[in-house]
Ligand binder design. Structure first.
Ligand SMILES: Cc1ncc(COP(=O)(O)O)c(C=O)c1O
Length: 354
């Protein structure tokens, strides 16, 4: 019989626990579009405080939080400078172009954070024949770079470039608490100096729905208008905020376990033939590894199909382990609170056997 699946596709797959469901059922609510939901007020206040920003706005998804920020910092026709593998470019369906008339100006990087000098070289001069640069976006931790994390030593030079040119900087901090835990610092320390920061309650922190966009009071006042315009004004949303509060209060403290399990997985994969990864680059809860030369990918492969990663994922799935596809030769594992040591042992057994 096939074993029950251990789902490592993403840290978004977690189930709300009993305490969260109880908090949701008992939440005090009001109409949040009228600003009358007390549970939502509490979440937004606690979220802003955790990030060291003045104010916060609950949004249904990280994507909406990022897109509201992009919209409010720019005007149509502007370029947004960001890393070539960033979420705002690859996984937000061209929303910056569709919703805000923006063009991504992507820069390559080794680890997800372009060099400050490369960013500065891409800022358009103020001439009559160039699209204006409107915004710089930084992602921390960086999903597609394999959960790489960046401390103040890497962030400050980028903020200095932005200030020199009078440009705002948005932080896609979907997993900023993972970054903080990995670096032994606080989310507020990593969020300081950014004009806006989005972080997700519904990833490693474990809430079923929602993200917070943080900034100063003026930014968040405008963000509230843009959220409504994008269709994200929610009414008795305190039901969601109640789960978000528990995620915010209790989630960060256990991320260290996810990181430890990702490390064990990375060390194991690096020792096995056919997996390509450098375990030293695994810093948080994401493990991306190459499987292009993996024997299981090859043995099962349709010679016509140029996607060993898909073949390998099918074999993994058959053995009860779910991971995700990040290109024809790479797969991604993400650890989260619904993967304990027993589940991890089952995953290790499967990858060793395959
Ligand atoms: C770095 C990053 N930013 C933004 C998002 C978007 O979050 P959501 O799926 O809630 O729209 C994700 C989701 O995986 C992400 O990894």
């Amino acid at each position: 019989m096939r074993a029950a699946a251990v789902d490592l596709r993403s840290d978004t797959v977690t189930q709300p626990d009993a305490a969260m469901r109880r908090a949701m059922a008992g939440a005090e609510v009001g109409d949040d579009v009228y600003g009358e939901d007390p549970t939502m007020h509490r979440l937004e206040e606690e979220g802003a405080a955790a990030l060291g920003h003045e104010a916060a706005l609950f949004v249904p998804s990280g994507t909406m939080g990022n897109q509201i920020a992009l919209h409010l910092h720019t005007s149509p026709g502007c370029e947004v400078i960001c890393d070539a593998r960033s979420h705002v470019v690859h996984y937000e369906l061209g929303a910056m172009a569709v919703l805000s008339g923006l063009l991504p100006r992507v820069l390559p990087s080794d680890d997800g954070l372009p060099a400050p000098a490369a960013i500065e070289a891409r800022i358009a001069p103020e001439v009559s024949y160039r699209a204006r640069t409107g915004l710089i976006v930084v992602e921390n931790s960086h999903n597609m770079a394999g959960g790489r994390v960046f401390g103040r030593d890497r962030l400050d030079p980028i903020l200095a470039v932005a200030r020199r040119h009078g440009l705002p900087v948005h932080l896609d901090g979907a997993r900023i608490f993972n970054a903080a835990v990995a670096l032994g610092t606080t989310a507020a320390e990593l969020a300081s100096g950014f004009d806006s920061v989005m972080f997700c309650l519904s990833k490693g922190l474990g809430a079923p729905v929602g993200s917070l966009l943080c900034g100063d009071a003026a930014v968040i006042r405008e963000a509230r208008r843009v959220r409504k315009m994008f269709g994200g004004g929610m009414r008795q949303a305190g039901i969601l905020a109640a789960a978000g509060l528990l995620a915010l209060q209790e989630g960060p403290g256990r991320l260290i376990d996810d990181h430890e399990r990702a490390r064990v997985l990375a060390d194991t994969l690096a020792e096995l033939p056919g997996f390509e990864l450098d375990p030293a680059t695994v810093e948080s809860n994401i493990v991306i590894c190459g499987v292009g030369e993996h024997p299981a990918a090859h043995a099962l492969r349709d010679p016509e199909a140029a996607d060993p990663a898909a073949t390998f994922l099918a074999a993994l799935s058959e053995a009860g382990v779910l991971a995700s596809h990040v290109g024809p030769e790479h797969i991604r594992f993400v650890t989260h609170r619904d993967v304990d040591d027993v589940a991890l042992d089952a995953v290790l057994e499967v990858v060793e056997r395959l």
